[in-house]
Design a protein around this ligand. Structure first.
Ligand code: AGP
Length: 607
């Protein structure tokens, strides 16, 4: 998604802006740009290449200045082309510059009005309408003009704005898209996330929806949606630097896959008893009151939710529905006020999930809980209860450690709900906690299978399609495996419950179709073996991840990698890791941009 970095300082801020853009590259983008005020005039450089190319251009054109804004763009309105890249200017000669993340829904109406006033549009973006709108309202006070402009905007935005007439002032606004202030020594920053400015300051203010901000080198003024001056807490944010370091790994995705033992262990902390308060104060009363669970999420987080349904219904016997957030928010549903609405999100800023959460609340379901990796995110602020996963910053667009830590947290939730409904004996609680504590070691043992998976990946890299099969609680793992493969290797892949094969997808099976099969040693194993035979009999090539003692042996067209141990209810967490490795090495063999796959963004802050 689009990324913003802006700065007002007493030094040349171009290097800090470029470093910030580089730190935001992980979010995904297709063009980038930077503007500064120099000698009371606006200057900019824009590129449809990577930030490194923009840096060269900036050097060539010798751009420098003490006030500047910059942007990585993920195209929504208008193709990824230089004229659509931000910053957008308005005025003749230009005097207003704007960068934006979000979508202005009424931009067509604004465009018409502003065109009638004589403004000429040079791009197809919704953002240019904001630049012209601010210019049309500007009477020497940038903050005032931005305040008035925001009253006219419908949609979602994080904005950073500057005027050549006020070379010591940076203004910003947030509604629906993330924006933070970085407080420095005689300099202040605006950015899409704290990571962008981690090289410069660790003093971060998280803006709330509706906030507007007026920055100079030594002042920070924040005004809330009602126009009142407001103090927001300054957080000291750590650990971002380490996350940006690749260490011995080739890609962030590989690094993050191998961080999973640590990430899961940090997420589980040293929990030695399941208590509702793990999910926040007041959880005990909420858990007692609810008789239904509704999980809302997108993408990989949705698959975490699907897995949790098996756990919650099995352990706590509470009916659980799992819905894709972007669908739920637009369909007629039947609300039950005794529902626990659970959102799952790595970033905590996913626009669809946030909107679905607000929709659920508006339907009269007040009990909300989020499983989220970012403690300061909008999702956490919107929910009554929360559990923060401790995956650490995830930079690769493909979610790995965020997923397994979500699963660990959801398993704790299933246990907590079961306990509050008196459906978890203390023996069972102890046994499951023992399993959870051993999980980091079990994950490490699965990671040791990497060389075997790499052998498969070379063969996989030549395929254009793949099927992933799982049964029961491993069906969501099959879906996640397929998503991972298509996301980073661009191989078309589908996940199916193995029992569904003969109802359609079997028609696809030929020697050209690899069929990845998850074979845990559970009560569905014998049925799964029959499914394997259905594929084998039709000349399909099977790649089976089989638990020990399953008696699935390699033979012609059946390749087998043996998992170290069967892990009972927590088995989906282990099986997902081999699929991450398979996708990762297949993508490496195909030479794709693993950490920044085409067309995708890390956190999807627009609808
Ligand atoms: C997973 O690999 C994805 N890139 C994507 O599906 C992601 O899980 C989804 O966009 C939801 O993001 P969130 O967890 O930050 O809400």
């Amino acid at each position: 998604m689009c990324g913003i970095v802006g700065a007002v300082a007493q030094r040349n801020i171009v290097p800090a802006l470029l470093e910030g853009l580089q730190r935001l590259e992980y979010r995904g983008y297709d063009s980038c740009g930077l503007a500064v005020i120099r000698d009371h005039g606006l200057e900019r450089a824009r590129s449809t290449q990577r930030v490194a190319e923009l840096a060269q251009q900036v050097q060539l054109e010798q751009l420098s200045g003490r006030l500047g804004i910059s942007h990585t763009r993920w195209a929504t309105h208008g193709a990824p082309a230089t004229h659509n890249a931000h910053p957008h200017f308005s005025g003749n000669p230009p005097r207003i510059a704007v960068v934006h993340n979000g979508i202005i829904e009424n931009y067509e109406q604004l465009r018409e009005e502003l065109s009638a006033e004589g403004y000429v549009f040079e791009s197809q973006t919704d953002t240019e309408a904001v630049a012209h709108l601010v210019d049309s309202l500007y009477q020497g006070d940038l903050f005032e003009a931005l305040q008035q402009a925001c009253r006219r905007l419908v949609g979602a935005y994080a904005l950073a704005v500057m005027s050549s007439d006020e070379p010591d002032r940076l203004a910003g606004a947030r509604y629906g898209s993330p924006l933070v202030i970085g407080v420095g020594q005689n300099e202040n920053f605006l950015a899409s996330d704290a990571l962008a400015i981690a090289g410069t300051t660790d003093q971060i203010i998280y803006l709330e929806d509706g906030d507007l901000v007026d920055l100079s080198t030594d002042t920070v003024l924040i005004v809330d949606r009602d126009g009142n001056d407001i103090d927001r807490i300054v957080h000291t944010v750590q650990a971002h630097m380490a996350a940006a370091d690749l260490g011995p790994y080739r890609h962030y995705m590989q690094k993050e896959i191998f961080e999973q033992p640590r990430a899961v262990s940090d997420t589980l902390q040293d929990i030695d008893e399941i208590v509702p308060e793990l999910f926040g104060a007041g959880a005990a009363e909420v858990f007692e009151e609810i008789d239904q669970v509704l999980i809302l999420a997108c993408g990989t987080s949705f698959y975490a939710g699907l897995t949790a349904k098996y756990w919650i219904e099995s352990l706590a016997k509470i009916p659980t529905a799992v819905e894709i957030a972007s669908e739920y928010r637009y369909r007629d549903s039947v609300p039950n006020p005794r529902t626990l609405v659970v959102t799952i999100s790595q970033s905590g800023e996913t626009a669809d999930t946030l909107a679905a959460l607000k929709h659920a609340k508006s339907l009269g379901m007040p009990h909300t809980l989020t499983i989220c990796n970012v403690a300061t995110s909008a999702m956490v602020r919107e929910c009554e209860l929360s559990f923060i996963t401790r995956a650490g910053v995830e930079i690769g667009v493909a979610s790995t450690k965020a997923f397994t830590t979500q699963l660990a947290a959801l398993f704790l939730l299933a246990m907590a709900l079961a306990k509050s409904k008196a459906r978890l004996s203390s023996d069972r609680e102890r046994e499951l906690l023992r399993k959870l504590r051993h999980l980091p070691k079990a994950i490490a043992a699965v990671l040791a299978l990497e060389p075997q998976v790499m052998d498969w990946a070379d063969r996989f890299a030549r395929k254009e399609n793949a099927l992933f099969l799982g049964r029961g609680m491993h069906y969501p793992v099959a879906l996640e495996g397929a998503l991972k493969l298509k996301e980073i290797s661009y191989i078309h892949a589908e996940g199916y419950p193995a029992g569904e094969l003969k109802h359609g997808p079997l028609a696809l099976v030929t020697e050209a179709m690899p069929v990845v099969t998850i074979a845990p040693k559970d009560e569905l194993l014998e049925k799964l073996k029959s499914n394997i035979q259905e594929v084998h009999a039709r000349g399909g090539e099977l790649y089976v991840f089989a638990d020990a003692d399953t008696n699935i042996r390699p033979e012609n067209n059946i390749h087998v990698i043996r998992m170290p141990e069967h892990y009972g209810m927590l088995s989906p967490i282990l099986h997902t890791i081999t699929l991450q490795l398979l996708s990762y090495h297949t993508a490496v063999a195909r030479g794709t941009d693993v950490d920044k796959p085409r067309n995708l963004a890390k956190s999807v802050t627009v609808e």
